[in-house]
Design a binder for this molecule. Structure first.
Ligand code: IMP
Length: 453
């Protein structure tokens, strides 16, 4: 039995709240893509834990797996694990030997390339964590995998091949004087070998490095429940998103199979839940047709939503761009991942507004279209066709959440219910949960996907 959690928009839809809630019913929680570019906050026993790599379930005595589709920065991994241990926890984290390692030169190159791209407005506004350069090396067959860290000779061979290339790229293409910079160690084979072979020793000593496919197969045979935790979101998927303003992996549900080594049938026989934020937010660059930035009034509204929704990047602290909910984006997401249900978050943030709009369709070159076009240039030319909704009043959302435990959707204002119904119809999937506040208890659960799967 599996449940896959997918971001339906541009990341930051509040996936963590649902992973946290339903992950309690799982035995194993698997991340299948991305790396320490994801940020999630887990509150357990009154304590707050901020994590960017370790799956949140590891805070709750679940096995947290980083699948082969992830890119793993061992520095971050052990920093997070040690931080949790210092606070009295004993996280059980396993890492696929087939996952690729992020090395210091990947981060350096991420920063330099973004700066160069910004001259032509092609920078994606990355998190600077070296994600793109690591996936580039994976596809270029010059990457270093977690399994390679366990064997000093193999690691030396790999580093001796790749590091001079990276150094030449930094120096000869991008003009960095490596020796005179702060990054000399990032391009030094011996320094890298020492540090990364140590990580390998620790992974081996702690029994953390696994054959992910086999591990999950055995877990399923033993009857374990598995949750696949997508990071980022559909519109920043490298294949299905707004290329090139995307991350370099597949947050969509297909990634769960490829990025962990289970068959697509395993994912497809389970539930695939799309997490939706009731409006849009975006940390990176690129077009955003429903963005609230055209007039002073729109900017004021965006400021209000940003403050109320805490819309500042978890990893980078950057203020997020804000827009109205975009249904063509959601229709695309529902189709690409095959949503069996959705969870809608942050509906409280929209309460008490004077106006409430949803982009129902786009107009592109005089034609009405209901789904995202396949090129980002076309998407940038799309004019939103808005539909107005009656705004809902500000109410005591904690009380609504408490009442919702029995009353379900009836606990919500009628205007909110109309909005959710419209949304659910548009993506042809039922609403499994509604987030009405940031706290753990502030989610109204209508169905638990582990019980329907
Ligand atoms: P990267 O993943 O750091 O390479 O960044 C590529 C793009 O994905 C940038 O536009 C980032 O802002 C965006 N991105 C990466 N991780 C997240 C996330 O967790 N939430 C939202 N956007 C993200």
């Amino acid at each position: 039995m599996t449940v896959t959690i997918v971001g339906s928009q541009l990341g930051d839809e509040g996936k963590g709240a649902l992973v946290d809630r339903w992950g309690g019913d799982a035995d194993v929680i698997v991340r299948y893509q991305g790396g320490d570019n994801a940020g999630h906050t887990v509150v357990e026993g009154g304590d707050e834990y901020k994590l960017s790599l370790v799956p949140s379930g590891a805070v709750r005595d679940k096995i947290g797996v980083l699948g082969n589709g992830c890119v793993v920065n061992p520095r971050t991994l052990f920093e997070e694990i040690d931080g949790l241990r210092d606070r009295g926890l004993d996280p059980d984290v396993r890492v696929a030997k087939r996952a690729h390692a992020i090395l210091p030169y990947h981060r350096v190159l991420d920063g330099i390339e973004e700066e160069v791209k910004s001259d032509s407005d092609l920078d994606a506004g990355t998190t600077g964590r070296g994600i793109g350069p690591t996936y580039e090396d994976k596809a270029g067959r010059r990457g270093i995998r977690i399994g390679d860290l366990l064997d000093r000779e193999v690691l030396r061979d790999r580093l001796e091949y790749v590091v001079p290339q990276k150094r030449a790229l930094a120096e000869e293409v991008y003009g960095l004087d490596v020796a005179a910079s702060d990054h000399a160690d990032a391009f030094d084979v011996d320094a890298l070998l020492e540090e990364y072979a140590d990580y390998g020793d620790r992974l081996a000593a702690d029994g953390m490095a696994i054959n992910c496919s086999q591990f999950l197969h055995e877990a399923r045979q033993a009857g374990d429940r598995i949750m696949f935790e997508g990071a980022q979101g559909t519109s920043i998927d490298i294949d299905h998103g707004i290329y090139p303003y995307v991350t370099s992996s597949n947050p969509t549900a297909g990634g769960a199979a490829v990025g962990s080594g289970v068959g697509p049938t395993v994912v497809g026989q389970g539930e695939v839940v799309g997490i939706v934020k009731a409006y849009l937010s975006r940390v990176g660059t690129g077009p955003l047709p429903t963005e609230l930035d055209g007039t002073d009034r729109e900017e004021e509204l965006a400021d209000h939503i940003r403050e109320r929704g805490g819309e500042f990047g978890t990893v980078t602290g950057r203020p997020r761009r804000i827009g109205w909910l975009d249904l063509p984006m959601l229709r695309h997401a529902a189709r690409v991942s095959g949503f069996t249900g959705i969870a809608v978050n942050h509906v409280d943030v929209l309460s008490g507004l004077d106006e409430l709009k949803v982009c129902d369709a786009y107009e592109l070159d005089g034609e009405r279209i209901e789904s995202m076009p396949a090129t980002t240039e076309e998407w940038g030319r799309c004019e939103p066709v808005f539909r107005e909704f009656d705004p809902w009043p500000d109410v005591d959302w904690s009380a609504v959440a408490a009442e919702g435990a029995d009353a379900g959707l009836d606990a919500l204002p009628a205007e909110t219910r109309a909005y959710l119904e419209y949304l659910s119809d548009a993506v042809d999937a039922p609403v499994y949960a509604v987030g009405v506040g940031p706290g753990r208890e502030e989610t109204i659960e209508l169905a638990n996907p582990f019980e329907t799967a």
